[in-house]
Ligand binder design. Structure first.
Ligand code: AMP
Ligand code: MG
Length: 358
């Protein structure tokens, strides 16, 4: 299928909804990345997500809903309870960003099985802006718990083929639609602390959230670069996307300051006999002509976000040892892109350190 509205699409969604209601696993497109969904209210179905992804149980999932009314059963804070401070935050933010790539962390209702939230007393919820995701949630009649549909720690999938490359044989069904339009995960915003705090940068930018909060007389907690080292080991993670090494390709990823440094590093790695792939911008095409393999991301931050994971996967498939990419500015969508690049590169450093010590 590719279209939620066609007869074929509607039949595929009916079948997928049946799988969800029967406790199975369905991978489906959203505007951010493909998700791996199960009935969020069925603890055994949710456990299968962790098993299929080989995801540790201390890494909580996001609940996906298709209407604001669905919030009522999942959290004590709803958009309707405008009288409370939390209620007015939920109302203001859902009005501004839902459906869309913003996940809200809220107090968890007892209806939500603890496994969904890794035992935390909070729950993460979002309303995806994608016709297939919305139709699936409606047809299932339950909230759908869904992390990204990849093996744990690997690059998130932006096409149905990426899902199959990671999870074929481990899930019941994939709803195959177009490549996702945003390409990086949702922004995770914690509303259980005052002021609200971004736990993971994503498809909605810090600037957009600041603007929406200002409209309701609220502000955002400043970016806290010290956040990561303070997370105690073996505790449920406030946000899985906060792991230092995540979103990682098999190859080593190295970040370069500019095109000159990218070319110098490529020559350096080549001299060491390493096969190097380039993730480049349109504007770097000429400087990198005849340097293969290469993958062109486009030019704008939206292009880079949309194509980044496909690029990492393509260069991995080409069998490179090292992937080189230039850094992006940390404003707007650049914050999410820089975050993913840093975490993808963190794995590479560990891998190289391990190699050195083996
Ligand atoms: P994934 O979609 O694979 O990136 O995983 C789900 C994401 O949900 C994680 O990266 C977390 O950022 C987020 N998340 C889920 N539940 C919670 C929660 N209760 N508190 C904070 N973050 C959460
Ligand atoms: Mg993920």
């Amino acid at each position: 299928m590719s279209d939620a509205g066609s007869a074929e699409g509607r039949a595929a969604i009916r079948e997928a909804a049946r799988v969800i209601r029967d406790g199975g696993l369905v991978a489906f497109p959203t505007e951010t990345v493909y998700g791996l969904g199960a009935n969020a209210l069925d603890a055994r179905a949710v456990a299968r997500i962790f098993e299929a992804k080989q995801r540790p149980l201390n890494d909580p999932l996001i609940l996906h809903i298709a209407s604001l009314d669905d919030l009522t059963d999942l959290t004590s804070a709803t958009a309707q309870s405008d009288a409370t401070a939390l209620g007015s935050l939920v109302a203001g933010l859902t009005r501004a960003f839902w459906p869309g790539p913003l996940t809200l962390v809220l107090p968890r209702s007892r209806n939500v099985p603890p496994i969904v939230s890794a035992g935390l007393d909070t729950v993460a919820v979002r309303m995806p802006d994608h016709p297939v995701a919305q139709a699936l949630i409606h047809a299932s009649g339950v909230p759908i718990a869904a992390p990204s549909a990849n093996r744990f720690g690997h690059v998130s999938p932006t096409t149905a083929q990426h899902v199959l490359d990671d999870l074929n044989g481990r899930i019941d069904l994939v709803l195959d639609s177009h490549a996702t339009s945003i390409g990086v995960e949702s922004t995770v915003l914690d509303l259980t602390t005052a002021p609200p705090r971004i736990l993971r940068p994503g498809g909605v930018t810090r600037e957009q959230i600041e603007h929406a909060l200002a409209n309701i007389g609220q502000r955002l907690a400043p970016d806290d670069p010290q956040l990561l080292p303070r997370i105690p080991r073996n505790m449920p993670l406030p946000s899985p996307g906060m792991l230092p090494s995540h979103y990682a390709p098999r190859a080593q990823l190295a970040l370069c300051r500019d095109t000159d440094s990218l070319l110098a590093q490529r020559a350096n790695f080549a001299a060491r006999g390493l096969k190097t792939g380039l993730l480049i911008l349109e504007s770097q095409r000429q400087a990198c002509a005849n340097l293969h393999p290469q993958f062109v991301l486009g030019e704008t931050l939206s292009d880079i976000a949309r194509n980044l994971y496909a690029g990492l996967r393509a260069l991995d498939s080409a069998g490179v040892d090292v992937i080189l990419v230039t850094e992006v500015p940390r404003s707007g969508l650049g914050e999410a892109i820089a975050d993913r690049l840093a975490r993808a590169a963190a794995k590479a450093v560990e891998t190289e350190a391990n190699r050195d010590h083996d």
